[in-house]
Design a binder for this molecule. Structure first.
Ligand code: SAH
Ligand code: SF4
Ligand code: F3S
Length: 478
């Protein structure tokens, strides 16, 4: 189950909460005489997926996970650096942990992930209670780093690799419902969106061996999982070429990988994130169409609806290109295909008219869902070096509010289309709001709740949708 650290969230503003950088913590393993590890993860799905690699590495080194921070001998915060508020949240959390550490002197604290990579040893200078700093490509080294820290030294490894994919490490599923799981198919990013810190925190793009991806999907299916999400910063640029092989005969692109995973079993749903407008191909769209178990849902971040701003952002597509991709999605996959987006409000020099272009793009596409943010300047990025962060905070916030309110209306409109239709739902668990209801998702990634009756978690059920809000569909099994 996803858990939210409410005490850190309380102090955040509404816009921070919108950023959905909620924390997830490790599960409790049965009491043992092993040393106890507590992992708290922030940021994107890639980070949550990495925490499962970390748990696996540390289990090999003799640690057991705990869900109680007070019980831990070792605490890892797997951090995000995407916006300033993501980092502030970690800083505040570190203050809390410091209080625990004062009561428990042997306790070790490690900062992992993107903030660790961004700040490197500076983090040790700024946060005295931190013992270990580890970047996203150095998790195999964690047992050694912990040993080093146990001798009282500070331990750091922020080396970024060109090869590391952790392909051979079997992740320990954390916060798992036993039904849906993430599979990391690539790491890093070679795009240089001017606002974005990811290329600096996660390094060069590299794709994971397709055999190991398919094997992981098959193993998950055999364990009872019924949905996998293939993860990468830009899944459409997935490319793997066999060693010594010529590109033509031996390379696998994203569409081909999708197909291979879909072939694992017709009852295994396949999702993927994130698609990039410049790279998503018709071949990918036709592959989605060909396999019923590849979900009709595409997360296609726009970032802006204005071509000048997109150019400043170095997104390498313009408004017309983005809309052409949307038209292709609709032409190949139909009006019902779920489409979501990311949007940034108040990027450097964005005018009122350019902001209106973002709103009109949203109206054109009729997005089902969106992740929407105010621009947050990240030190060292091309935008920070080249452009002035000149939109005042009130204007940014107002533009974001407008974007969010358009999205709410569009989400409601799109959900209303689902009313009166029967949807195939994979049951994921009991609804958070009612013990008598199950919650699951349809093909388009929409959450549907319905009375449990005698249905079972992990099975598919046809649900007639009878009502909705902008966030949820409601109905009953038929
Ligand atoms: N690889 C994905 C997104 C990764 S980051 C892609 O290219 O779409 C997730 C989202 O955070 C981005 O899509 C963007 O909307 C947002 N984001 C990234 N950097 C940001 C910044 N400096 N300020 C505000 N939002 C940002
Ligand atoms: Fe960042 Fe752009 Fe890469 Fe996404 S594609 S991770 S926004 S640089
Ligand atoms: Fe954050 Fe790193 Fe993901 S910066 S969004 S955790 S790739």
């Amino acid at each position: 189950m996803t858990q939210i650290v409410t005490d850190t969230l309380k102090i955040l503003s509404e816009s921070d909460k919108e950023a959905c950088e909620t924390a997830r913590i490790t599960a409790n393993e049965p009491i043992s005489n092993k040393k106890r590890l507590f992992i708290e993860s922030y940021g994107c799905q890639m980070n949550f997926s990495d925490s499962e690699i970390v748990a696996s590495v540390m289990k090999e080194a003799g640690f057991a996970t705990t869900s109680d921070v007070n019980d831990a001998d070792l605490i890892f915060l797997n951090t995000c650096a995407i916006r300033d508020n993501a980092e502030q949240k970690v800083r505040i959390r570190l203050q809390h942990l410091n209080a625990i550490k004062r009561r428990k002197p042997g306790l070790l604290i490690g900062v992992l992930g993107c903030m660790a990579e961004r700040l490197k040893t500076k983090l040790l200078e700024e946060e005295k209670m931190v013992d270990i700093v580890t970047g996203p490509d150095a998790y195999r080294d964690l047992p050694r780093l912990v040993e080093e820290a146990e001798t009282g030294q500070k331990a750091v490894n922020v080396f970024l690799s060109r090869e590391e994919t952790y392909a051979d490490i079997s992740p320990i599923r954390l916060n798992s419902n036993g039904i849906t799981a993430m599979i990391s198919i690539m790491r890093g990013c070679d795009n240089m969106c001017s606002f974005c810190v990811v290329p600096y925190t996660r390094g060069r793009e590299r794709s994971r061996d397709p055999e190991s991806i398919v094997a992981e999907a098959r193993q998950l299916f055999d364990q009872g999982y019924r949905e996998v999400t293939l993860l990468g910063q830009n899944v459409d640029s997935y490319k793997w070429t066999a060693e010594n092989g010529s590109e033509k005969d031996n390379s696998v692109n994203f569409a081909q990988l999708l197909e291979r995973v879909a072939l694992v079993h017709p009852d295994l749903r396949v999702r993927f994130s994130t698609s990039h407008p410049k790279d998503i191909t018709d071949q990918v769209l036709y592959t989605i169409k060909r396999y019923d178990n590849i979900c009709n849902y595409i997360h296609l971040p726009a970032q802006s609806g204005n071509s000048r701003v997109l150019e400043l952002m170095n997104r390498t597509y313009d408004r017309a290109w983005y809309l052409e991709r949307i038209d292709r999605i609709r032409a190949i996959l139909g009006e019902d295909c779920g489409i979501s987006h990311d949007m940034i409000a108040g990027f450097c020099s964005e005018t009122e008219a350019e902001h209106q272009d973002s709103l009109s793009l949203m109206e054109y596409v009729k997005f089902d869902f969106g992740y929407m943010f105010v621009y947050s300047e990240r030190p060292g990025t091309p935008a920070a070096k080249k452009y002035k962060d000149d939109i005042d905070p009130e204007t940014k916030q107002r533009r974001l509010t407008e974007i969010i309110s358009v999205q709410r209306r569009l989400s409601l409109e799109r959900n209303q289309r689902a009313i009166g239709k029967v949807h195939r739902v994979l049951i994921e668990g009991t609804s958070k709001k009612s013990a008598e209801q199950f919650s699951g998702r349809n093909d388009q990634n929409k959450v549907i709740v319905f009375p449990k009756e005698n249905y079972q978690v992990g099975t598919y059920v046809n649900v007639l949708v009878t009502e909705c809000t902008s966030a949820t569909l409601k109905g009953h099994a038929v």
